[in-house]
Design a protein around this ligand. Structure first.
Ligand SMILES: [Ca+2]
Ligand SMILES: [Ca+2]
Ligand SMILES: [Ca+2]
Length: 454
């Protein structure tokens, strides 16, 4: 079993309020929760007929969003403090003991995943392929990581490092994209680029039998790295975001992943998105300062809440098939749910780690969009969007939360409009709490709820 531990619960809040607050701040600073991979063991569960590699990837068994065997659990730790009467002269702290109670609060449910294995079978059998460029507007990316280096877009018309804008696109030496945060061609800085590096792995980590498995085939799907956020807080400006969207559009991107948001509406951003031929996959945001998801229909975060019909806004599904409690939602603004909690993917310095948030759910949708667009050459990106939304597997618990009422289904998407496309159901219960947001910062950010005040 994979065990992940998340400390929450009333008992703990009562006794460890200060600690919890400190952890919340730390979580904001890291933007997505590096989950605690305190797994003891993992049952092997694949049985896929897919030939190309996925089940042979060393970390495949940890990628529940790709293939959920029900072998992951989340444990709640409850602390109870006992204070005994200490004898005269004793250390007052000596009488304090804590009972730690572990309770499984969330258990993986087999099949609650993006249903991509049969989609890979379809992809492998298909003879149709086209190159797809995905613009990742995010932090930078460790493009040297062995599992994603082949998935990085290369500007073939640019000569790196010669100080000349060889292709005349206005950017000097932009070989993999551009760093709009520092206004430089350096699209990888280091640890501050963990967030973007994680997204690339989910979308297109190489099918090489090592590390993790990306959803799309890195032979055909290439990620353009457009760094708009920097610092440990993952902050950036709307001006950078807008410049990055223009760059993506001008340099041939088909799909644009936006795992970021702001409370502040920007008319230029909306105009750029509305007039773009790209498909925008946008994270819905991760709740308020307490980590409780809310409706962005009434408390909008942008660009997820924009009404434009080339946007897919994505909520975060837990491995038990519930909506993650921190995930924002909204039946008008949010379209679909996808796995986003305890997602294992690539990290700077050749590493891997778990992260949690709608920032991790959006790349799942982007990966499926890229996989499908690369092999369904009969579809436009707009039709791929329709295919994703109409193939969503309906879940009772998502009714009224996202417009499709369903979760991402790769097989349904890749077979959309063909014979035999189908959808299953696996309803589950969840609960949601509406919450008020804090004052909007005039910044874009990828952090939980985009709620950090700066
Ligand atoms: Ca150039
Ligand atoms: Ca050059
Ligand atoms: Ca791999």
């Amino acid at each position: 079993m994979i065990h992940t531990e998340r400390k929450r619960g009333k008992e703990r809040r009562r006794y460890f309020k200060k600690i919890l607050t400190a952890q919340m701040l730390a979580v904001c600073a890291m933007a997505a929760v590096p989950a605690l991979p305190a797994y003891a063991s993992v049952s092997d569960g694949s049985g896929s007929s897919f030939q190309k590699t996925p089940p042979s990837e060393s970390y495949y068994k940890y990628q529940w969003g790709i293939k959920n065997n029900g072998n992951i659990t989340e444990t709640q730790l409850t602390f109870k403090e006992h204070v005994r009467e200490a004898g005269p002269g004793a250390d007052p702290s000596a009488g304090r003991t804590y009972d730690v109670e572990r309770k499984i609060i969330s258990r993986g449910i087999a099949g609650m995943d993006i249903n991509v294995e049969p989609a890979w079978d379809y992809y492998t059998a298909s003879s149709q392929r086209r190159q797809v460029t995905v613009a990742l507007i995010d932090t930078g990316v460790d493009f040297g990581h062995f599992d994603i280096k082949d998935a990085i877009w290369v500007n073939e018309d640019e000569v790196p490092g010669d100080g000349i804008d060889n292709d005349g696109n206005g950017y000097v030496d932009d070989i993999h994209g551009w760093n709009f945060y520092w206004n430089s061609p350096q699209t990888y800085i280091g640890a501050e680029d963990a967030h973007g590096t994680h997204a690339v792995g989910t979308i297109a980590a190489r099918w090489d039998g090592r590390g993790i498995t990306g959803i799309a085939d890195s032979d055909y799907v290439k990620i353009m790295v457009l760094k708009v956020m920097g610092t440990a807080q993952g902050l950036g400006t709307s001006a950078s975001l807008n410049a990055a969207i223009r760059y993506a559009e001008a340099n041939g991107a088909d799909i644009c992943n936006l795992s970021l948001g702001s409370y502040q509406y920007d008319a230029v951003t909306e105009e750029l998105i509305r007039n773009s031929r790209m498909l925008f996959v946008v994270s819905a945001g991760n709740g308020d300062a307490r980590g409780i998801g809310y409706s962005i229909d009434t408390s909008p975060v942008y660009p997820a809440a924009l009404p434009d019909d080339n946007i897919i806004a994505v909520a975060n599904m837990m491995f038990d098939g519930s909506l993650e409690e921190s995930s924002n939602f909204g039946s008008a603004s949010v379209d679909i749910a996808a796995p986003g909690s305890y997602i294992l993917s690539t990290q700077p310095y050749g590493d891997y780690n778990y992260m949690t948030g709608t920032s991790m759910a959006a790349p799942m949708v982007t990966g499926v969009a890229a996989l499908v667009y690369s092999c369904r050459t009969d579809l436009s990106v707009a039709q791929v969007r329709t295919a994703i939304l109409e193939s969503a597997r309906k879940q009772e618990w998502l009714a009224g939360k996202v417009s499709t009422g369903g979760i991402l289904d790769a097989y349904g998407t890749i077979t959309y409009g063909l014979n035999g496309a189908g959808a299953g159901t696996a309803p589950s219960e969840t609960e949601q709490t509406d919450a008020t947001q804090t004052v909007p910062p005039d910044m874009i950010q990828y952090g939980p709820g985009y709620a950090v005040q700066q």
